[in-house]
Design a protein around this ligand. Structure first.
Ligand SMILES: [Zn+2]
Length: 397
């Protein structure tokens, strides 16, 4: 999967180059250089680009000490060579740096620190003419491990990218299925799917928020009816990094039980373009773009493919986590279907059918506090694994 993502990312780079030569306007958002300077241990990092870039800098203390600079999706053209990722040596407090694309819409520069340091100053310098690069300047001063640890919990500020907010914490949007006038499936004893999905969504939210790693939003937190497209639109407007719909199944034999995880089917993929146009679900690559339509379409396809890969990665991790937790799962736990809430072109998404309301054991499990906790832990574990791997994909490059 990793190799595939890298390959797609590389392809995207090649196409970006092709696109830039095909378009009259100069390309925007190209990082051309990462330089280091400074005296003694005080270290200056200068990131040069051919257009002004929104950025967000913060400290990461998990594992090794790092300074992270999040950018909107840029082209990495350091040393004149356009690549999808790369690395180099640093000086002073910076041992080295690595860069890559972080998500379909963001890129990331990671500075690995030789010793703890914090941001003493940060500012931008606009290029005076088209030959002079725009610069993001970040000054790092060495500090004690304690000061670093304290600063790493806080946000160093910096302007937020406008098109798609890059928050320091990944934003998980949980979508409890049904609600209001739509009860969803019903058990023999009258348990409503809409109540089960909401109760468990709230529990998942609490566990994720308590971990301190995520921001979490729900498409509904009360018993209200929401249209399917509004669920997706809400997640997109918030800039969701991951979308999880929760449902409970019905049907089959009364003995049929267990959870299953859905991602979009090929038929669903064919609907993405039409539904996106209908609801103005624009990708970042399409905003303020003068590219020809056919180039946009290629970029759109690539973003969708990467999103699909990420969705598949999360879904399979979720199925594994469920199995490992002992929560019952359907045979062929991983499934694909043309589901409306999974149609966002650039939000990794999966739908979890948590169990069957037509199976008495599943109903009992979904109602039992102790058993539910197993399910909730499995979901949060799968989310952790997904984002751990995503960080590694950037860090490992
Ligand atoms: Zn449902």
């Amino acid at each position: 999967m990793r190799a595939l993502v890298a390959k797609i990312a590389l392809l995207l780079g090649v196409l970006c180059m092709a696109a830039s030569s095909a378009v009259a306007d100069p390309p925007t958002g190209r990082v051309t250089s990462v330089r280091f300077g400074g005296e003694g241990q005080a270290t200056r990092i200068v990131i040069e680009s051919d257009s002004p870039l929104q950025y967000h800098v913060f400290l990461l203390a998990t594992g090794t000490s790092r300074v992270v600079v999040d950018l909107p999706r840029v082209r990495w053209s350091i040393g004149g060579l356009t690549t999808e990722s790369g690395s180099g040596k640093g000086t002073g407090v910076v041992a080295g740096y690595r860069y890559a694309h972080n998500t379909a819409t963001t890129s990331r520069l990671v500075l690995d620190l030789a010793q703890p340091a914090t941001v003493a100053r940060e500012f931008v310098l606009a290029g005076k003419d088209k030959d002079e690069p725009h610069r993001i300047v970040i000054d790092l001063d060495p500090v004690t491990p304690q000061v670093f640890a304290d600063a790493a919990t806080g946000d160093m500020g910096g302007p937020q990218p406008v098109a798609r907010q890059v928050s320091r914490k990944p934003l998980i949007v949980i979508d409890p299925g049904h609600g209001g006038k739509d009860p969803g499936a019903l058990s023999r004893g009258g348990v409503k799917e809409k109540d089960v999905t909401l109760a468990i969504a709230l529990q998942v939210r609490d566990v994720l928020v308590a971990s301190g790693r995520y921001d979490v939003a729900l498409t509904r937190s009360t018993d209200i009816f929401i249209e399917l497209e509004d669920r997706v639109t809400k997640a997109r407007n918030l800039g969701a990094d991951l979308f999880i719909a929760l449902h409970a199944d019905a049907g089959g034999k009364p003995t049929t039980r267990g959870a299953s995880v859905y991602t979009l089917s090929p038929d669903g993929e064919k609907r993405i373009d039409g539904v996106s146009k209908q609801h103005d679900w624009l990708l970042d690559v399409e905003i303020d773009s003068d590219r020809p339509d056919e180039v946009n379409q290629i970029l759109r396809d690539l973003v969708q493919r990467e999103t699909k890969n990420q969705s598949a990665r999360f879904a399979s991790g979720l199925a594994e986590a469920l199995t490992a937790s002992g929560w019952p799962t359907l045979e062929n736990t991983l499934r694909r279907k043309s589901l409306y809430v999974l149609l966002s072109p650039d939000t990794p998404a999966a739908l979890l059918e948590m169990g069957f309301l037509t199976n008495d054991e599943d109903v009992t499990a979904l109602q039992s506090e102790a058993k539910r906790q197993k399910l909730v832990a499995a979901v949060s574990h799968a989310i952790d694994t997904y984002f751990d791997n995503q960080t590694m994909m950037v860090a490992g490059r």
